[in-house]
Design a binder for this molecule. Structure first.
Ligand code: BES
Ligand code: MN
Ligand code: ZN
Length: 496
């Protein structure tokens, strides 16, 4: 996305493939713009008088104005003045994109001259997110041209002194949104292509293009290290598991954080097999991994003064003849033994080894994991936020704040020691499921807690928000959301 900020006097004519975007608060007509033709302003005023344009949040109105400064004018509704925040702008952008596509708009002129308080960077972020489509597999229908996309935004600012700063902010928003789209692409790609080896190749690609280092542990190496919880899950699949480690280091860093992402490239449930309905959605069971890898890609672009270790246990949970069987007992990397009562509770098994290894080898100051871990989290919280649990309130609070700023919202659930006790096994140290269905998200986190030691840790259960989120205009309900990328980038940048 090409971004420029100028004062209205320096503005050039946009042309017919351009659209003038004018923000408007609810019922605050006439439109406030430094460059809008008075005749077009009059049309909007008349429309507003008949309630055809309202300025309500996410309400947009496109007026074709061929031959004028731009080929069209879009009134961008922001709702009540004072109640408008970054998420309002992202969602408004999501709605606006439908008009841009229909009218083949490739350039925008965003008139913020009367709106210095509006977070234009959030509009740019929403724009980049909303224009993403997972279309690599679709044949272009004959006679139909490729859909137009906006590739440039010129922002009109009231004050030339603010232009540079705004350009930088909007450029950053576009860059982070591109990182989010990377995660969406990884997750949308079907499991026949997005295998553990493919995830590892992607991580190696990041390392080649930046000064990150990538290490991939194969089955043999993991067996030597004693990662039998992870290897147990992988036994039912022909595609071999990988443990992907991606390290970003800054010479002036004083802190090291680790981020782990669940990379189950397909979760059939294993021998404790899932019902057929919606099983295809389990290609999304690597959304934690996608978020962590693409957050790292973005971090490598931005170079904050902090060390970051990304760790991705990548496996397929399948039903081959060697598949792990309910009742099996495995010994994890940290020596704890686990009774596997349900092979569908596999995410915690692979994260157990990955996190125990990470805290042992790298001794990070903090570890955060993201995982599509439990259906129970979807029951508890739906699709509006992820669940967050952990052993350190300062870490949890920092992440919640980053979530509020970015739109990747989090809601805290409790994790008292009583839950940790509930995960003890009958024949082994631990069991991989709690008794009954009660508090499934919490018992899963309580299991993980046995593998992070005293390291300050937070666990994000993203099962409800990683894909299939309806009603958010800049996210496609059929696809992965890239949840976690914006959150992690914001949080890590804030630590530096
Ligand atoms: N990947 C699933 C969790 C999931 C379910 C994510 C639905 C997204 C949507 C996970 O591996 C799983 O199967 N969890 C089980 C745990 C249970 C066996 C204790 C679940 O939630 O049913
Ligand atoms: Mn499962
Ligand atoms: Zn799973």
């Amino acid at each position: 996305m090409e971004i420029k900020a100028v004062v209205s006097g320096k503005l050039k004519k946009g042309g017919d493939d351009a659209c003038l975007v004018v923000p408007v608060y609810e019922k605050e007509f006439p439109l406030q713009s430094a460059v809008l033709d008075p005749a077009h302003a009059a049309v909007f005023k008349a429309l507003a008088a008949r309630d055809a344009v309202t300025g309500k949040a996410q309400a947009t109105y496109y007026l074709p104005t061929p031959g004028a400064l731009c080929g069209g004018v879009l009134a961008l509704g922001l709702g009540k003045r004072g109640a408008c925040d970054a998420e309002t702008l992202r969602r408004a952008a999501g709605k606006a994109v439908r008009h841009f596509a229909r009218h083949r708009v490739t350039k925008l002129i965003f008139d913020a001259s009367a709106f210095p308080e509006v977070p234009v960077d959030a509009f740019v972020e929403g724009l980049v997110l909303a224009q993403y489509d997972f279309d690599v597999y679709r044949k272009q229908p004959e006679g139909k041209s490729v859909p137009a996309k906006v590739g440039a935004v010129t922002i009109i600012v009231p004050d030339a002194k603010k232009a540079g700063n705004l350009e930088r902010q909007c450029g950053l928003a576009a860059l982070i949104a591109t990182g989010v789209n990377g995660a969406r692409q990884l997750a949308n790609t079907a499991a026949n292509e997005m295998t553990p080896a493919a995830l590892a190749r992607f991580a190696q690609g990041i390392a080649e293009q930046s000064d990150c280092t990538c290490t991939v542990l194969d089955e043999k190496k993991m067996a030597k290290l004693g990662m039998n919880a992870l290897l147990g899950v992988a036994r039912g699949a022909d595609n071999a598991p990988k443990l992907i480690l991606l390290e970003y280091r800054h010479p002036k860093a004083t802190k090291t954080v680790a981020v782990a992402g669940k990379g189950v490239c397909f979760d059939s449930g294993g021998i404790s097999i899932k019902p057929a309905q919606n099983m295809h959605e389990m290609k999304f069971d690597m959304c934690g991994a996608a978020a962590v890898l693409c957050a790292m890609m973005t971090i490598a672009w931005l170079r904050p003064k902090v060390n970051v270790i990304a760790v991705v246990p990548a496996v397929e949970n399948k039903t081959g003849s060697k598949a792990q069987t309910p009742g099996d007992i495995v010994r994890a990397y940290n020596g704890k033994t686990i009774e596997v009562h349900n092979t569908d509770a596999e995410g915690r098994l692979i994260l157990a080894d990955a996190m125990a290894y990470t805290v042992d080898k790298y001794k990070p100051d903090t570890i955060v994991d993201l995982a599509t871990l439990t259906g129970a989290c979807v029951v508890a919280l739906g699709h509006c936020c992820a669940g967050i649990l952990g052993n350190d309130d300062a870490v949890i609070d920092g992440l919640i704040r980053a979530g509020e700023a970015t739109g990747d919202r989090l809601w805290k659930l409790p994790l008292w020691d009583d839950y940790k006790k509930q995960m003890e096994g009958t024949h082994a140290d631990l069991c991989n499921i709690g008794s009954g269905r009660d508090a499934g998200t919490i018992t899963a986190a309580a299991f993980l807690q046995h593998f992070v030691g005293d390291t300050p840790w937070a666990h994000l259960d993203i099962a409800g928000v990683a894909y299939g989120v309806k009603g958010v205009p800049h996210l496609n309900p059929k696809h992965a959301t890239g949840f976690g990328v914006r959150l992690l980038v914001k949080w890590i940048m804030g630590l530096a």
